[in-house]
Every structure is written in structure tokens, then in C-alpha cells.
Design a protein around this ligand. Structure first.
Ligand code: SAM
Length: 325
């Protein structure tokens, strides 16, 4: 959907049907009218294998949970999650009654030995985060690392992640990207981090909190230069929106509009190669280089500086030398 010259796209659904309210801002919640739920297929194993199961959950739309995720959550002995209230809501939606235990940044150190002990006894343990793929800017990495070190089985039921969803909706090259997680909050540290990635020939993906969005985009415009970018907001939810434009345009939009509601991901295209100099400019520089370096080295120099084919520059340099005789 295009609005006011800027490229934005939004998925909107009218309410009704289920009578459930959409989520205006954040949280896990049904954001579009949901059809009757299909039963969890009985062909899926009722009981997952013993071990640690990393289970992705929706990033907004509860319909995005996978059938396998539900089967694992249903069959696990225990589910560890960041916030039991958030995960209880997802489980309640699908009638999963597995016991929930908290595992988050504040209790991880004490919980980890208990989880590893349970895995050692052959229990089936699922790990989820509030939303999306656990470990990706969410707890779980140290637990996985410890489980691997102890030779305990670890597997995953993959699914939604805001980073990949934003990347594929951005319209920017998706085949080579760097996920930068959350940028530092402090301006100086943020600019240093951006400078470290400025030369990377890849699309960059960042999670960013709405109150810092405008400042972060302004820093990106300054440090990364003129690049196409996209801000993806409220993905999979009723107010899903992808605003596309140059970093400069996006920075000035959010500076004027203020922090957007909901959650946001910033996607920045790779560096835009400088256009090659025009023919007159190349002729002038090649003449100077021939006079100074000779034909062969002049061609090599210009090829390195402009990316133009060395053979063609060599022929042109020969002509320049012949004319000068
Ligand atoms: N583990 C999650 C994943 O796989 O996407 C990410 C968790 S991280 C703590 C939360 C950040 O993800 C948010 O601040 C936002 O940048 C991004 N995010 C999560 N859900 C989102 C959504 N529905 N729309 C846009 N961004 C989202």
C-alpha cells in the first residue's frame, strides 16, 4: 500500500468473526480475526524425544505457531519461558496444559543447573521466549551452550523471528545480511558499532526500541551514508506496517512523527556503489596517469580506482600515448 509518496505496506483486517479485540501495542495477541482452530494432528508424536527443545512462538499473530511447536509443547515435561503469563496465554489458546517455569535473565544462573539436571534424568524440556525464536536477543544461549558441553540432546522447532520477517518484507537484498541485534543505547557506542559495519557489503538488520528509533536512524544516515532502508513495525499484527525510504527520509519522518507504537525492526540496504566517473573524467585521469606512470601502470591504477576493465583502460592508455608522440 502506498501512502504520500513514501513506500509503506500494511496488512489490515477488519475486526469481527471471533469478536476478539486486536492488540493495539505489542504483546502476544490475536491481531486478526481468527478462524476456528484445526486440531493438532494426531500423526505428530505425542511425546517429543528427551532433551532440550528450543521452540519458536509467534511474534504477534498466534496463528503463526507451528504444528510441531504445539506438539512439542504439549508433550514436554516442562516448559521454561520468560514470562509465565505471556506463555500461558499462548498455551491456553491451544489447550496445552504443560507446567510452566520461568527462565529469564534474573534467575537463569540459579535455574540452569536444575534444568541441566532434569535433562540429565532424560526429561523433555521446552524453552520458549515471550515471542519469536528463543536465544535471538532473548535468554537461552548459556543454557544451550551448557547442555552441548554436557553432551545433552538439543533440538529446535523453528518458527517466527522478527528479524527474518522484516528482512523479507523490506524489499532489500536478503541473500547476505548481518543481524546486529539491538544497537547500544549510548550515542557514541552506537555510532562506533555502526562504523564497524559501514563497509560490509550486506544488508543490516537491527532491533530498535521506538523511543530511540529516530536518533538511531539519524546516526545510521550519517555513519552508513545514503542507503535505502525500511522500518518494519508490528509485524504479523493488525497494525503491521513497513515504511521504506532512504535512511535520511526515515530519520526525518520519525523525528517529526515521534516514536511509533509497537515494536520495530530496522533493515538497511548494503552500501550503494559510487557511479563510475564519466568518460571525460576517465580520459583526464588516464592522461595524467600515463604521463606519470606509463601505459601499463596507469591502466592498473585506473582499473583499481574505478572498477573499470583493465584491458579497455590499457587500450585507451596506448591511444593516449600514441597521440602524444
Ligand atoms: N526472539 C525474538 C525474535 O526472534 O524475533 C526477538 C526478541 S527481542 C527481545 C524483541 C525485539 O524484536 C523488539 O524490540 C523488536 O525490535 C522485535 N520484534 C519482536 N516482535 C516484533 C513485531 N511483531 N514487529 C516488529 N518487531 C518485532
Amino acid at each position: 500500500m502506498r501512502r504520500g509518496g513514501k513506500s509503506t505496506s500494511a496488512a489490515k483486517a477488519t475486526s469481527g468473526g471471533s469478536g476478539e479485540e486486536r492488540e493495539p501495542n505489542g504483546g502476544l495477541g490475536p491481531s486478526k480475526p481468527e478462524p476456528a482452530l484445526p486440531p493438532i494432528p494426531t500423526a505428530l508424536p505425542a511425546s517429543p524425544a528427551p532433551g532440550l527443545h528450543l521452540v519458536a512462538t509467534p511474534i504477534g499473530n498466534l496463528g503463526d505457531v507451528s504444528l510441531r511447536a504445539l506438539a512439542v509443547l504439549r508433550g514436554a515435561d516442562r516448559i521454561y519461558c520468560e514470562d509465565t503469563r505471556v506463555t500461558a496465554r499462548l498455551l491456553g489458546r491451544y489447550g496445552v496444559k504443560t507446567p510452566l517455569e520461568p527462565y529469564h535473565d534474573h534467575n537463569a544462573k540459579t535455574m540452569r543447573p536444575a534444568i541441566l539436571a532434569a535433562l540429565g534424568r532424560g526429561e523433555r524440556v521446552a524453552l520458549v521466549s515471550d515471542a519469536g525464536t528463543p536465544l535471538v536477543c532473548d535468554p537461552g544461549y548459556k543454557l544451550v551452550r551448557a547442555a552441548i558441553a554436557e553432551g545433552l540432546p538439543v533440538t529446535a522447532a523453528p518458527g517466527a523471528s522478527a528479524a527474518l520477517t522484516a528482512l523479507i518484507l523490506s524489499g532489500l537484498p536478503p541473500d547476505r545480511f548481518l543481524f546486529g541485534g539491538f544497537l547500544p543505547r549510548q550515542r557514541a557506542a552506537r555510532r562506533t558499532a555502526l562504523a564497524g559495519w559501514a563497509a560490509l557489503d550486506a544488508t543490516l538488520v537491527f532491533y530498535e526500541a521506538p523511543p530511540r528509533l529516530a536518533a538511531a536512524l539519524a546516526d545510521m544516515a550519517e555513519i552508513l551514508g545514503a542507503r535505502p532502508a525500511a522500518v518494519a513495525r508490528e509485524l504479523t499484527k493488525f497494525h503491521e506496517e513497513v515504511r521504506r525510504g532512504s535512511l535520511e527520509e526515515l530519520a526525518s519522518h520519525y523525528r517529526a512523527a515521534g516514536p511509533p507504537r509497537g515494536e520495530t525492526v530496522v533493515v538497511v540496504g548494503p552500501p550503494v556503489p559510487a557511479p563510475p566517473p564519466d568518460e571525460d573524467e576517465i580520459e583526464r585521469r588516464l592522461r595524467a596517469a600515463v604521463a606519470e606512470l606509463g601505459v601499463r601502470d596507469a591502466a592498473a591504477k585506473l582499473a583499481a580506482e574505478t572498477g573499470l576493465p583493465r584491458n579497455a583502460l590499457y587500450r585507451q592508455a596506448l591511444t593516449i600515448r600514441e597521440e602524444g608522440r
